[in-house]
Design a protein around this ligand. Structure first.
Ligand code: HEM
Length: 523
């Protein structure tokens, strides 16, 4: 154990040697950090599982950390976790430095500007192909778990958009089918992802046997030689594969970095899509405003009412003009995001905080920002645990970006995607794909949550990893939209008890429901 030196933040060591405060932190990180902040002030150091982490909790001091490129490194920590979990070589090694920088700059190039428009359009096509396969024909209602439904649609559409389609899986005319391979890939992904908290905490993957087997199977499908047989592989993956080939990395490491991309592009997007649809369906005002927006924007471009398998187009400008959908997604992200931004101190140095106070930081220590502090701050967001669909809309119905704490405007008020050099490069694509999914569901479907009672809770065991999933799934009923009936398309608390068996069956496959867990009726 170490003793606090002059100038260093208060030290919260805990009473368990080595693990320090890991147990109390692990039970409920936000509650633990709040307790420690009220005891120690805005900046404090905790002993966590053998390391020392200094938490900066004052949002006005976030920029001071995000800007500290020279003294604080984000790659070291991210790489150490990534190697352990995915199994690839450590790209922090000097021989890979310049090649890995190239890979990084590709993210910005391929996930912004004109490339973003292309990948977004590709996602829209895949979403519709997959959705049409799932929607019941002729006005019949279908039932499924909401989580299993969103996972199924988004996983397959996202996978096809990023990694393309395996040759031979096309079904004539009807578009790509969810063949056994896709279902297996998704099942393996869910198994691998569910062991993520343990693997990040340091448990060797060989001890999580199912996750280890799932990773092995996933990696086998990601060898370059195999992916080169796919058609419609995104430019992002093609260029990334070229860059890794030039770096002379071994073939299995290359395949493992493709698994990283699968995880990065899916693990947060799936629960974020779930929460966006869930909250929208639970709030009558949100649903009405969102449907009115989608109907207004899409009718203008001449799309007729649905009911037939027509592919619709949504241009970049149209998507950008869907501010209500944007606000619903951002509000869902605010409520469910529990990411942690970690940097490693390269040297001993003094961090100057917004208040002018300084904190002495030791080389090798971690600095952490925990954005949930901001997202759940009642001073910034009144009634912070409540879903308010229009929180991110200003008076003129455009995106709101002025949020205040103690009368001062905040630079960082919403951080589900991190910030600064380590900010998620897929953030624009993620927002677009979730908005597209919501728009398609609103345009084509009537939707119901028959057993919507008390709000679902988030599963805190994944705190620190990004968007928290729900603790359990809920039943969703859906059918092709009945425009004539003008039913509003969204009802709650009706037709109790129908179709659980069918829903459970699909849910197990899509990771929404665990075997043996019933779709929960919360009322
Ligand atoms: C709602 C969905 C998403 C959320 C909440 C999310 C969140 C995040 C966060 C918090 C980070 C780490 C930031 C940090 O350490 O400061 C990250 C990194 C990353 N994300 Fe996302 N992400 C999402 C979707 C996506 C998508 C769709 C893609 C790609 C198509 C993507 C690609 C990446 C990559 C490649 C990194 C690592 C970047 C690096 O190494 O610098 N993400 N994401």
């Amino acid at each position: 154990a170490r003793t606090r030196r002059a100038g260093e933040p208060p030290l919260e060591g805990g009473w368990i040697p080595f693990f320090g405060v890991a147990l109390s932190y692990g039970r409920d990180p936000l509650a633990f950090l709040r307790r420690t902040r009220s005891k120690c002030g805005d900046v404090f150091t905790c002993r966590l599982a053998g390391g020392y982490i200094t938490f900066i909790t004052d949002p006005f001091s976030f920029p001071a950390v995000v800007r500290q490129g020279r003294n604080l490194d984000f790659q070291k920590f991210a790489q150490s976790i990534s190697c352990r979990v995915f199994g690839h070589v450590n790209f922090n090694a000097p021989m890979y430095t310049s090649g890995f920088q190239e890979v990084h700059s590709l993210y910005r190039e391929m996930l912004q500007g004109p490339s973003l428009t292309l990948i977004t359009q590709s996602m829209l096509g895949h979403l519709q192909t997959v959705l049409w396969r799932s929607l019941p024909k002729g006005g019949a209602w279908e039932e499924d778990g909401l989580q299993s439904f969103t996972n199924r649609i988004m996983f397959e559409a996202g996978f096809l958009t990023v990694f393309g389609q395996e040759r031979g899986l096309q079904a004539g005319g009807a578009g790509p089918k969810a063949g056994p391979c896709m279902r297996q890939v998704m099942r393996n992904f869910m198994v691998f992802d569910s062991a993520f908290p343990e693997m990040v905490a340091g448990l060797p993957i060989h001890l999580c046997v199912r996750a280890w087997l799932a990773r092995k199977a996933l990696v086998e499908t990601f060898y370059h030689a195999y992916l080169q047989q796919h058609y419609c592989v995104s430019a992002l993956i093609q260029k990334r594969m070229d860059a890794f080939d030039r770096m002379r990395v071994d073939e299995s490491s290359k395949a493992q970095t493709n698994l990283c991309m699968l995880w990065a592009s899916q693990a947060n997007t799936l629960p974020a899509t779930f929460w966006s649809l869930y909250h929208m369906l639970r709030s009558p005002e949100a649903f009405q405003a969102a449907r009115a927006e989608v109907d207004r924007v899409l009718s203008k471009s001449g799309h007729q009412s649905s009911g037939t398998e027509t592919m619709i187009s949504i241009s970049k400008d149209q998507l950008d003009s869907m501010f209500v959908l944007g606000s619903i997604v951002e509000e869902a992200l605010r409520l469910s995001s529990a990411s942690i931004m970690i940097r490693v101190a390269n040297n001993d140095f003094e961090l100057t905080l917004d208040s002018g106070q300084t904190a002495a930081i030791r080389q090798g220590d971690y600095i952490a920002l925990y954005p949930q502090f901001i997202h759940m701050d009642p001073d910034i967001y009144p009634n912070p645990t409540e879903f308010q669909f229009d929180r991110f809309l200003d008076e003129s119905g455009q995106r709101k970006s002025d949020f205040y704490k103690a009368g001062r405007r905040l630079k960082h008020y919403l951080l589900p995607f991190g910030s600064g050099a380590s900010a998620c490069p897929g953030r624009f694509f993620a927002m677009n794909e979730i908005k597209q999914f919501l728009a398609l569901m609103l345009w084509h479907c009537d939707l119901e949550l028959p057993h919507s009672g008390a709000p679902l809770e988030t599963d805190c065991s994944r705190a620190g990893l990004g968007i928290l999933p729900p603790t359990h799934d809920v039943l969703l009923r859906y059918r092709l939209r009945d425009r004539g009936a003008n039913s509003g398309g969204r009802r709650e608390g009706q037709k109790e008890g129908e179709g659980e068996t069918d829903g459970e069956k699909k849910g197990e496959e899509a990771g929404g429901l665990e075997k043996g867990k019933a779709l929960v009726k919360t009322d």
